[in-house]
Design a protein around this ligand. Structure first.
Ligand code: PAF
Length: 286
């Protein structure tokens, strides 16, 4: 497995693969791999001849009071996990390589980014869209793989790819969960044992909403109240938002007549967790 630190190195690697007629799958990450990342890599391997994974904690998508400095990092462990999965190349650039002095161009996706996480994390999706555009331009993949846990991010990236005529396919992969249902996230390591136990209210509340939906409930307000009520009963949980919005344009909905996203963000101590449920889509995938 090749480890590239410069844009030139990874470009040369991809150019060679393409000249041999191979397809390129790409998994952009911020590292500190868990089973969710490894699942994305396995999906990429199934679908493409060559798999490139980027590891870059992107400063542009963190707010000034967010966890950029303490975001967990362990490159050696990530490299050996990626090797086990059969990844062909890792792209691990420095901040200076990605944002050299004078860097001045950003990508803004309007509308979709002005709700849910966009409200509590101003600038976050601008940072994501900018770095993902750069990574797509550097790697030039045929397909890129994103987890459904970050559903708003996946929808923003799909919109951007369509609007800017980027020539690749975006594949969304279902959320991978711990045995007790908590969605896997690199940020789960921040939770104290008590917070970790309390956080299981998130998947439990989403399951309750799914059951209510399957029993015929189509009133968005009542589904939201069900989830909010369960989470509010957990003293360690502080709700940022629980909302139901349409897929793919994330407009508010009052009745669920088509595919919809029940999305939530909840704080446990200083850790903010997100999770979601896709309703009204045949396979539950975005
Ligand atoms: O989902 C993530 O890990 C990041 O937002 C991404 C897509 C790698 C961009 O930095």
């Amino acid at each position: 497995m090749l480890i590239c630190h410069t844009i030139k190195e990874i470009r040369d690697f991809v150019r060679q693969a393409r000249s041999r007629g191979l397809t390129v799958g790409f998994v952009p990450t911020m590292g500190y791999f868990h089973e969710g990342h490894l699942t994305l890599m396995r999906r990429a391997k199934e679908a493409c001849d060559v798999v490139v994974v980027s590891i870059f904690v992107n400063p542009l998508q963190f707010g000034p009071r967010e966890d950029y400095d303490r975001y967990p990092r362990d490159l050696d462990r990530d490299v050996s996990l990626a090797r086990e999965v059969g990844v062909d190349a890792i792209f691990h650039p420095s901040v200076e390589e990605m944002y050299p002095p004078g860097f001045a161009t950003h990508v803004d996706v309007e509308g979709l980014t002005e709700c849910l996480c966009g409200l509590s994390r101003p600038g976050h999706f601008r940072g994501v869209a900018t770095v993902v555009t750069k990574l797509f331009n550097i790697v030039r993949p045929d397909r890129a793989f994103f987890g459904q846990k970050d559903a708003q991010q996946a929808l923003v990236i799909r919109r951007m790819v369509e609007d800017l005529n980027m020539d690749l396919e975006i594949v969304t992969v279902p959320t991978v969960r711990e045995e007790d249902g908590l969605a896997m996230s690199s940020r789960n390591v921040y939770l104290s044992p008590e917070e970790r136990r309390a956080a299981t209210v998130l998947p439990r509340s989403l399951q309750a909403a799914r059951r209510a939906y399957e029993s015929g409930e189509r009133d968005a307000g009542r589904l939201v109240e069900l989830v909010r009520g369960m989470i509010a009963a957990e003293p360690r949980a502080v709700i940022d938002y629980v909302e139901i919005r349409s897929i793919p344009d994330l407009k508010p909905v009052s009745r669920l007549d088509g595919p919809a996203l029940l999305a939530l963000a909840v704080r446990f101590g200083s850790t903010r967790l997100i999770d979601n449920l896709v309703l009204g889509s045949p396979d539950g995938v975005l």
